[in-house]
Design a protein around this ligand. Structure first.
Ligand SMILES: Cc1ncc(COP(=O)(O)O)c(C=O)c1O
Length: 462
């Protein structure tokens, strides 16, 4: 009942937050990390997703607080999340964007900047070495920037690039960069790839979208987070990923802070000005620049040094991301525990399946549990995928399989036979396309769910 006079905004916000937490506690129980309070599991009835949002009242309260604040565009939460994310990965800087695909587009576009030394700048027709197996938007930005992807094969046992083709793929003067994803959280051979890039002055972009929280140790060194080895790296915060903000992502800058202004410029319309949203004249000479063929003093805010985009997220996403980031260590542990559990419980099925293994030197924070149907098994991966689906067990193929067999890439080559190059055969990528699929290990899975997955796979193999 009303007590009379108007209540102040702080009191109202506190009451709203209390109600939001109460609501979330009742409405979102099924989205909490798996534990003793998880809802009962009914085999064959309760779905076993391959991934999903895991969150609680803290995330919902953070989102509502940010909504009440109504700053909307990147602001205080964005600044804090960028700092916290960079610290968590061990990089100099993280820049938030609206998806992992946008992050890949920006990271690759950044290499085309005239602010980089001419001999290292990626120009149309230059080449970028990548892997034929994986997610399409790791490779698409290369084409979108007028450069030529050079596809290497994948190793079916790790899901990652087969590094044996690196030397052959290298074209002196034309190769400018290597852009590779860590497959399903399993770091690629960073020792080999970083040494290759260093020896030839090539940029390295790590697509870390599926590997937040994975670690890798270079020979003789302590383990470091993936995403901190390349010049640039990228994250996705789409719901199946290690942490989520709904849509969302980030570009990480390992060391070279020239990339801060460049990546932000491409993200923010291509502008030369680096003022944060709502700020003016950070450089102190807003009306004193003379750039391009513009008249001297033309407003720096409306000066464009790149052909850019607008790929910014909202502050409310950052508010959610900060809470999720706090959960990352626990999430990573759960993913590793679930992966190990499946791995040992499925060992007896090694006559029917090959199992993905961790790259030597790696401590993966797994995105999923990948198995490959063995050639000669009495069923195909398509049949297995369908069978699991009928049993309500979520499963996915290894994204685009062999990308060069996707309609978009077939068309690309039809339109221009020089649109991309393939080095060696792509038997490994074909094998992954033909026989690999993965099931979930995410922190929302309970032990009964994992047991049901194991039992169903045993039945299938029988
Ligand atoms: C390796 C990899 N890179 C990039 C992306 C794209 O991320 P987003 O869906 O946020 O655009 C994905 C998507 O899952 C991915 O698996």
């Amino acid at each position: 009942m009303s007590t009379g006079g108007p209540r102040n905004p702080e009191d109202l916000a506190r009451e709203i937050e209390r109600l939001v937490r109460e609501y979330s506690g009742q409405a979102h129980g099924a989205n909490a990390p798996a534990g003793p309070g998880s809802p009962a599991f009914v085999p064959g009835v309760t779905p076993v997703p391959y991934a999903g949002r895991v969150f609680g009242g803290d995330e919902v309260a953070a989102a509502v607080r940010s909504a009440l604040d109504f700053w909307l565009t990147l602001g205080p939460e964005g600044d804090a999340f960028e700092r916290e994310l960079a610290t968590a990965i061990g990089v100099s800087r993280s820049i938030l964007v609206n998806s992992g695909s946008s992050a890949n587009l920006l990271a690759l576009s950044a290499l085309t900047s005239p602010k980089l030394p001419a001999e290292r700048r990626l120009r149309p027709g230059d080449e970028v070495i990548t892997c034929a197996s994986g997610f399409p938007t790791t490779a698409a930005p290369i084409v979108q920037n007028g450069a030529v992807p050079v596809f290497l094969d994948a190793d079916p046992s790790t899901g990652n690039v087969d590094c044996s083709g690196l030397e052959e793929a290298y074209a002196p003067g034309r190769t400018k960069a290597v852009m590779l994803a860590h497959a399903l959280g399993n770091p690629f051979d960073l020792a080999r790839v970083t040494a290759f890039c260093r020896a030839r002055d090539l940029w390295l972009i790590e697509d870390n979208c599926d590997a937040l929280g994975s670690r890798y140790a270079l020979p003789g060194e302590s383990p470091r987070w993936t995403g901190s080895f390349g010049d640039l790296s990228t994250q996705s915060f789409y719901p199946p990923h290690h942490i989520t903000t709904g849509e969302g992502g980030a570009v990480n800058i390992a060391r070279d802070m020239r990339f801060k202004v460049i990546v932000e410029s491409f993200r923010d319309w291509g502008r030369d000005c680096w003022c944060a949203s709502g700020k003016d004249n950070t450089c102190g000479k807003r009306f004193a620049w003379q750039l391009g063929d513009l008249p001297e003093g033309y407003d720096h805010k409306y000066t464009y040094s790149h052909l850019g985009y607008n790929l910014k997220p909202l502050d409310v996403q950052a508010a959610i991301g900060r809470v999720q980031l706090g959960r990352l260590p626990g999430f990573g542990e759960a993913r590793r525990r679930n992966w190990e559990y499946l791995r040992s419980a499925l060992e007896p099925l090694s006559g029917s399946f090959d199992f993905m293994r961790a790259t030597p030197g790696a401590e993966p924070s797994w995105f999923g549990f990948m198995l490959l149907v063995r050639d000669g098994a009495p069923f195909t991966a398509v049949e297995l995928s369908r069978g699991l689906d009928e049993k309500k067990i979520g499963n996915r193929r290894l994204f685009g399989g062999n990308l060069v067999r996707q309609p978009a890439f077939v068309q690309l080559l039809r339109d221009d036979p020089a649109a991309f190059r393939v080095v060696g055969g792509l038997d490994g990528a074909d094998r992954l396309m033909r026989s690999a699929l993965f099931v979930g290990v995410y922190p929302g899975l309970t032990r009964p769910m994992l047991d049901y997955v194991v039992e169903t796979l045993h039945q299938f193999a029988r």
